[in-house]
Design a protein around this ligand. Structure first.
Ligand code: BEZ
Ligand code: FE
Length: 289
C-alpha cells in the first residue's frame, strides 16, 4: 500500500500480517495497535510528545537490571497489572494481587510456628490461618511463600543491612491446612520513585506509597496458584494504594494481644515473648485448577 493515510493506516497494519500469524497474536497485537493508533488520533499526538514517550521507554530500559524491574513497576502504577488480575478473578477464591518486583525465589523453609523477625527490634506479629478450598476443607500440603519488608520499609534486595532471605520464608501446611509464623508488623512504604516511573508519578501529582502488607504465593497440587497480599484495615493508604492492589477481601484485622498471652508452645518464640503482641488470623482460599 503506497497510499497510507491517517485514517487507513490501522487497516493497512492489519493487512501486513501474514496468514501464518497465530490467531491469538493477530487478535492481541492487532487490538493493541488499533488502540495505539486511535489514541494518537484522539489526542493528536505531536512529534515532541512522542519523542518524550520514546525517551521514557529508553530511560526505563536503562535503569532496569536483575533487581530493578522498571517495566513491571510501570505496569503496576498504570493499573495494568491489577487489571489483568481482575480480569481472571475467581469469586470462589481469595482475590489475587500484585506480585511486585521484590519476590525472590528459593526462600528457606519456615517451620510451623517459625520466626521471620530474627533480631529485628520491633513488636511481634503472630500470623496464622488456614489454606482451604472453596467448600472450606483444608488443603493439606499447600505451600506458602511469604515475604515482607523489614521495619525500615525496605525489602532485603533494597537494603545492604539485610541478608538475602531476610523476611522471606516458605512454609508447608500439614493435614489441618494451617499456617503459623511470627514476624514484625509490616509498614507502609514507597515504591521505587527515583527513576522514570517516579517522574510519571510526580508529573501526575501522585504519591508513591503502598499500604503495609504481607505477601503470599500459595500453591497446592490441583489448585490455581494464588499470588496475593493482605492489608491491615487501619492503614492510612488502604484507599490510595499507588499500585491498585487492595481488594475488600484482602483487608485483615490485627488483634492487640496483652502481655503474657503469647502461646506457651508451638512457636519458635514460645517462652521468649512476654510483651504485648499483635495477632492476625487470615484464611486463604484456593480454587481448583
Ligand atoms: C510490592 O508490594 O512489593 C510492590 C508492588 C508493586 C510495585 C512495587 C512494590
Ligand atoms: Fe510489597
Amino acid at each position: 500500500m503506497r497510499n497510507v493515510t491517517k485514517d487507513n493506516i490501522t487497516d493497512v497494519f492489519m493487512s501486513y500480517m501474514g496468514p501464518q500469524t497465530p490467531p491469538r497474536l493477530q487478535e492481541v497485537l492487532g487490538s493493541l495497535v488499533k488502540h495505539l493508533h486511535d489514541f494518537a488520533r484522539e489526542v493528536n499526538l505531536t512529534h515532541d510528545e512522542w519523542n518524550k514517550g520514546i525517551a521514557f521507554l529508553e530511560a526505563a530500559a536503562e535503569i532496569s537490571d536483575e533487581e530493578r524491574h522498571e517495566f513491571v513497576l510501570l505496569s503496576d502504577v498504570l493499573g495494568l497489572s491489577s487489571l489483568v488480575d481482575l480480569l481472571h478473578a475467581d469469586p470462589n477464591g481469595t482475590s489475587s494481587s500484585v506480585l511486585g518486583p521484590f519476590h525472590i525465589s528459593g526462600s528457606p523453609d519456615l517451620a510451623q510456628g517459625g520466626d521471620l523477625r530474627k533480631s529485628f527490634d520491633a513488636p511481634v506479629l503472630l500470623a496464622e490461618g488456614c489454606v482451604k478450598d472453596p467448600d472450606g476443607n483444608p488443603i493439606a500440603g499447600a505451600t506458602l511463600d511469604i515475604w515482607q519488608t523489614a521495619p525500615n520499609g525496605l525489602y532485603s534486595s533494597q537494603d545492604p543491612e539485610q541478608t538475602t532471605y531476610s523476611f522471606h520464608g516458605l512454609q508447608t501446611v500439614g493435614a489441618d491446612g494451617r499456617y503459623a509464623f511470627t514476624s514484625v508488623r509490616p509498614v507502609e512504604y514507597t515504591v521505587p520513585s527515583d527513576g522514570p516511573v517516579g517522574d510519571i508519578l510526580r508529573a501526575c501529582g501522585r504519591h508513591p506509597w503502598r499500604p503495609s502488607h504481607l505477601h503470599f504465593v500459595v500453591e497446592a497440587e490441583g489448585y490455581r496458584p494464588l499470588v496475593t497480599e493482605v492489608f491491615p484495615e487501619d492503614d492510612p493508604y488502604l484507599d490510595q494504594d499507588t499500585v491498585f492492589g487492595v481488594r475488600e477481601d484482602l483487608v485483615m484485622q490485627y488483634q492487640n494481644m496483652p502481655a503474657g498471652s503469647f502461646p506457651k508452645s508451638g512457636f519458635e518464640l514460645s517462652g521468649s515473648v512476654d510483651d504485648a503482641f499483635l495477632k492476625v488470623d487470615f484464611d486463604l482460599t484456593l480454587v481448583p485448577a
